[in-house]
Design a protein around this ligand. Sequence first.
Ligand SMILES: [Zn+2]
Length: 377
Amino acid sequence: MRFQFFLLMLVFFNLKAQPRQCLYDASFVPVIDLHREALTFRSLVTVPVVVHVISTTETEVSDFQIHAQIHALNRDFRKRGKEWLLMPQPFRELAADAYIEFELASVAPNGLPTLGINRKKINGNNAVLNDDIFYAERGGIDAWDTNRYLNIWVVEMHEALLGYASSPNDAGLPTDGVVININYFGTSRAESTYQLGRTLVHEVGHYLGLSHPWGDIKNECEEDDGLEDTPILRGPHYSCPPTDDQSCNGIPYYWNFMDYTPDCCMAMFTHMQAAQMQATLSYYRPQLSIASFDEPLQTAQFAVVPNPAKSAVAISWEDPIKSIEVYTSDGRMIRTFHPDSSDRYWSLCLSGYPKGILILVFHRNNGLRTVQKLLHL
Ligand SMILES: [Zn+2]
């Protein structure tokens, strides 16, 4: 069993400005072959979240703070923070809405209603960076099915650590998820440098397949995160405005959520970062968005049944349509169907199609189109 963690650390060699540092095992997930059309067809994905809080009496995290943290996560993944408006061009137009939202799970793995919060009280501080936190029999809390929930453990740990995340390569393991230092979870709890909830935003970025903008190698301007619209950096920024500009293109750029800047300067994911995260959800974590498919995807005019589907789906529509196109989630068209005007039904065999999310585009006679997602198991 292999574990790869992304460690986000505060280092104490500079007590005035405690910088973030994120150590991680390189080359964890390849950049998925992105296609610009994927951006056009992207639709909202909702990820169910369970928060496991392991705390002492002194370090309790309130339900309010948990909700505030989820709100902060959605603020940044949906481009609702206002900081990006302060960025100069050409960076402002790079800021993307990732179309990914997070909500505390409402249904537990056993099918019962839940608030999506688990709590465990411990005595004293057993803040150790080890795998015990992932296992109830060792004093932690067992993950909920990591294929179906984003598990977030909120624990005490050494003050130097802010948190860490697993790689998409670890999808499905009992340790798959994000771990956040209890002192940096939520908003207004941490010291002012990190009180906007963006430690979790950064770590969920890793969890969804993002690297740092400088890639694996620092102090050069060749290698980066593999995404074409993320400005290349030589290395991380620790303050804002940065005292030591790391930009390679001559124009300071220090607003990316995957940089190390203080929370108040983090402002954006790029369009390609957003697409990479969407593609990671489809390729590595397809069942995470299954909550979106709890009900068969149907509109008044279009029905896709069953959904999710293993072998075939029945697609039906009410009014005549021009065509139906089937895309992978990264925008590669894999099938086109041109029905006759009298057709109202198409049986689509999924044999040989990639697993994960497929996107169905219905081109209607009025020039409009309707997009529906299909989860291929
Ligand atoms: Zn990091």
